[in-house]
Design a binder for this molecule. Sequence first.
Ligand SMILES: C[S@@+](CC[C@H](N)C(=O)[O-])C[C@H]1O[C@@H](n2cnc3c(N)ncnc32)[C@H](O)[C@@H]1O
Length: 204
Amino acid sequence: MRTKFKAWTKPYIDEHPEVMISDDFLQAHPSPYFLEIGSGKGKFLYDMAFAHPDQFFVGVERNVTCAGIAAKKIVEGEITNAKLLFTNADEVLDKINDQSIKAIFLNFSDPWPKKRHHKRRLTAISYLRQYDRILIRGGQLFVKTDNDDLYAYSLETLAQSPLQIIEKLDDYDGRADFDMTTEYELAFREKGQKIHRIVAQKND
Ligand SMILES: C[S@@+](CC[C@H](N)C(=O)[O-])C[C@H]1O[C@@H](n2cnc3c(N)ncnc32)[C@H](O)[C@@H]1O
């Protein structure tokens, strides 16, 4: 499902600072918030922010077309409790304050199938250590994927990390309370593919 480049998206991003933020904004944000890495076209971010107006959501997306489409959804939906960073997560994770995130969502992250690329997976141990640093106590990491190999890999890396796996579902029905269906998830469910879900928690 490659996203076709849309030339309007970069100017749109530049013209909408009310939704497009920088890491300075995160450092100044007064209370813990929710973080989605790889927001795609923003359906999950929009739906979560709409359903939970008392919570604050930040999406990170590195693809210009996806980030622009997500930004447009948020602006046109007049959603004020969701913001976006147009960047690679690698550029921003270091700059997020310790214990400032209530939960991190990794929805259908790129599976990077080649072994030499596994360190780029968003559940590689180097990322999990960062998540452990930025999550509040009791904060959670939510992983959803259709990819069997990424699911198995994530369970292994999580077992080696400071985070504790509190739920793993091979065949998630999509009905958890604090969740929304993503664009990729809709497409996979239509094809009858199983969705896997992991919830891990920071305990100390
Ligand atoms: C397979 S898509 C899933 C999109 C959406 N989460 C969904 O479930 O419909 C993965 C998205 O993550 C973004 N992405 C992958 N690695 C990223 C990274 N390191 N930083 C920011 N975005 C990333 C990609 O550009 C892409 O839009």
